[in-house]
Design a binder for this molecule. Structure first.
Ligand SMILES: [Zn+2]
Length: 192
């Protein structure tokens, strides 16, 4: 009798468990990873493709969110202190929000107090283009994305060691991906 009771309990418990795991698994089938709406209409966006992107301003306007278009294509500047990335400390990689080009690693980020996300070194030599900028009565060096030539910000020579440089970047034109997620995506798309 005791054995039968034990058996019944085991059967009920295991059925409960099955139902439980079923109801947990079921919704995930319909739950595809959340798509980032900023890239839905952007055919040139890629974290892996390094080929240069040349589009007309009209074409950029169609595929970029207005705030990214204003900074990347019209050389705008976001208001200081408004970027979520200014005091952001997660470990990972920063990409160009217009084309997906890798720009900076989080370990070269520092808090400069200037009001914009700041880095002391780009991820690679080719990731950034430097252009003299003499507008607004100042002599500055503009930094642009090495892949799409989108405006990112400026570089100054008052940064910390080892480079002594301060890349002062508009957070609007940065995308961030956590280290593990970046690695996973890379493995999933090895051929691209
Ligand atoms: Zn870019």
């Amino acid at each position: 009798m005791k054995t039968l009771l034990k058996y019944t309990v085991v059967v009920i418990v295991s059925q409960l468990f099955q139902q439980c795991s079923f109801s947990q698994n079921n919704p995930s089938k319909n739950n595809s990873p959340t798509m980032d709406t900023t890239k839905k209409n952007n055919p040139v966006y890629s974290n892996i493709d390094t080929s240069k992107v040349t589009l007309t301003e009209e074409e950029w306007k169609k595929i970029l969110p207005s705030d990214v278009f204003y900074i990347a294509r019209q050389k705008g500047t976001e208001r200081p202190g408004t970027s979520k990335f200014e005091y952001f400390k997660e470990i990972g990689t920063y990409y160009c929000a217009a084309c997906g080009n890798a720009l900076f690693k989080s370990d070269t980020k520092f808090e400069s107090g200037c009001g914009w996300p700041s880095f002391y070194e780009p991820i690679s030599k080719g990731s950034i283009i430097y252009t003299p900028d003499n507008t607004h009565g100042m002599q500055r060096t503009e930094v642009q994305c090495g892949r799409c030539k989108g405006h990112l910000g400026h570089v100054f020579d008052d940064g910390p060691p080892p480079t002594g440089l301060r890349y002062c970047i508009n957070g609007v034109v940065l995308d961030f991906e956590k280290a593990k997620e970046a690695e996973k995506n890379y493995k999933e798309k090895p051929g691209q």
